[in-house]
Design a binder for this molecule. Structure first.
Ligand SMILES: Cc1cc2nc3c(=O)[nH]c(=O)nc-3n(C[C@H](O)[C@H](O)[C@H](O)COP(=O)(O)OP(=O)(O)OC[C@H]3O[C@@H](n4cnc5c(N)ncnc54)[C@H](O)[C@@H]3O)c2cc1C
Length: 466
């Protein structure tokens, strides 16, 4: 009989649990060790909670914009009701309940697949052994033919900006708020900062966004972040660009953010969105021969191998691209590789991602920046959504579709969609990039009339060359 492969996975987020499903499917004996809840930060504190909060924010945005479409609100006496308010305690209770249910659901599915779930903190004792400090007390030693490390990352804080869990908050702590902040400063204008600033603004809270760079979302398409910033400012956000935070302090009910140039911003609450640090300390990495980079992220190749034989790593702890979808794919790739299934190395140029702001920003493939830096030669077309019939009907004025294709072949190599539900609209572009379709092929598929996706086909048509 062929001996069963023993796989031990440390970390039960998307990097870990998706790998567990693959390994179980391929016949391995799988154990997942997790310290904070199956589903990981993705489900319990980050991705799922923030997108649930944003679902409420989207409704608020639609309600606020409804007047243009002829909708008005009346109270019981028939008088016009001017304000729509959000019950943050109920919103946050829903967020937490949904996250807990999702976590339980993932654990049930793992157990149905025959995966053993161990609650505790895992640590390598060499490349083929994991020692677990069990949550209920005691220790368990797990021998493994392969180990997958998927321990994730935690919010970065600074000595001068320490969260207190009440008014100075990391993104993990915002769901404990039971009262609506009277005003909010969000420090950090990367994806997380921009999403929270946009969501809380939509919920009716005056928001100041402190951005150390000259524009919000410095890592995204510049045209896209310009649209987002315009819309945010138009809706009342106070965007402080080129403003670096020095410290965040609290005095009673007032939080003060001091900038390096001496300016100060006061608010009732502050959310810190200063990036993430990998959870790779105390994992026994050095002893097991697993190398990390200068930021503490585990070094991996494109099939998720670390420097130690038989030890793989996936997700935020590798810092490759901090997305749940990438974590999950890295985890699956690790297991396909270890268990000898067909495997294609991770290709970041095929990753579609989305910023869940209002409007959303979705991207896939090569970027405008890469084209401008001549890393790739590509033709570019950008089509504003304002000319789209469906957009006009829905009162959508902001946003665009941008496509990049190779000059000779016309093969689509990337795209950007800015608009409502851009996260859904990017899929045909993602498919084109993944399958190396030409702009003509993308244009040839029918789109519904009227539809936002019609703009994707129209942009592709404009890339046609005779
Ligand atoms: C606010 C926010 C919103 C986001 N929204 C999105 C989004 O919309 N879409 C998207 O794709 N990505 C999103 N992300 C990114 C996404 O959450 C991460 O990329 C994803 O969580 C990474 O998954 P992971 O498995 O690597 O780690 P995690 O999800 O962090 O899971 C790791 C797990 O391992 C556990 N663990 C750590 N150390 C040990 C140990 N020693 N022993 C046992 N267990 C351990 C942790 O407690 C945790 O449960 C968001 C991130 C943030 C901060």
């Amino acid at each position: 009989m062929v001996p069963t492969n023993r796989v031990v996975i440390v970390g039960g987020g998307p990097g870990g649990y998706e790998a567990a499903h693959v390994a179980a499917q391929l016949g391995a004996q799988v154990t997942v060790v997790d310290s904070d809840g199956i589903g990981g930060s993705a489900v319990i504190t980050d991705c799922v909670p923030s997108k649930t909060l944003i679902a409420t924010a989207e409704v608020m945005t639609e309600v606020t914009d409804a007047a243009e479409l002829g909708v008005s609100f009346r109270d019981a006496e028939g008088d016009s009701a001017a304000t729509v308010v959000v019950d943050l305690a109920r919103v946050n209770a829903r967020v937490k309940a949904l996250a807990a249910e999702q976590s339980a659901d993932i654990q049930r599915r793992l157990e149905r697949d025959g995966v053993r779930v161990v609650h505790g903190r895992g640590r390598l004792a060499g490349p083929q052994q994991v020692v677990v400090q069990l949550a209920g007390g005691g220790e368990e030693v797990l021998d493994a033919d392969a180990v997958l490390l998927a321990t994730g990352a935690a919010p970065r804080t600074l000595p001068t900006a320490q969260p207190d869990g009440e008014r100075i908050l990391t993104w993990e702590q915002v769901y404990d708020l039971t009262e609506v902040p009277t005003s909010l400063v969000v420090v950090g204008s990367g994806v997380t900062g921009a999403e929270f600033a946009s969501a809380y603004l939509a919920l009716g809270i005056p928001v100041t966004l402190v951005s150390s760079r000259d524009r919000v979302l410095p890592g995204e398409d510049a045209d896209a972040s310009a649209v987002l910033e315009q819309v945010a400012v138009r809706r009342g956000m106070n965007v402080l660009s080129k403003s670096r935070m020095e410290s965040v302090t609290r005095d009673g009910d007032v939080v003060t953010v001091t900038l390096t140039d001496g300016r100060t911003v006061e608010a009732s609450h502050c959310v810190l969105a200063l990036g993430s640090v990998p959870k790779t300390e105390d994992l026994g990495l050095a002893e097991a021969g697993v190398l990390v980079d200068e930021g503490g992220f585990i070094r991996v190749d494109r099939v998720s191998r670390t420097s130690a034989r038989g030890v793989y790593a996936a997700g935020d702890c590798t810092g490759v691209l901090m997305l749940a979808s990438v974590a999950a794919m890295q985890g699956r790739i690790a297991m396909w590789h270890f268990l000898g299934d067909a495997v294609a190395p991770l290709d970041l140029k095929q990753v579609s991602s989305n910023v869940f702001t209002a409007p959303e920003i979705a991207t896939v493939g090569w970027s405008q920046q890469a084209v401008d830096n001549q890393e790739i030669e590509a033709e570019v077309v950008m089509l504003p959504l304002a000319g789209n019939a469906r957009a006009k009907m829905q009162g959508v004025k902001d946003g665009f579709v941008k496509l990049f294709c190779r000059p000779g072949t016309g093969i689509v190599v990337g795209g950007v969609v800015v608009g409502p539900r851009a996260s859904e609209l990017i899929h045909p572009v993602s498919l084109a990039v993944a399958q190396s379709l030409t702009a003509d092929q993308l244009a040839a598929a029918f789109t519904v009339y009227p539809s936002m996706s019609g703009s994707i086909a129209e942009a592709a048509r404009r890339l046609h060359r005779v």
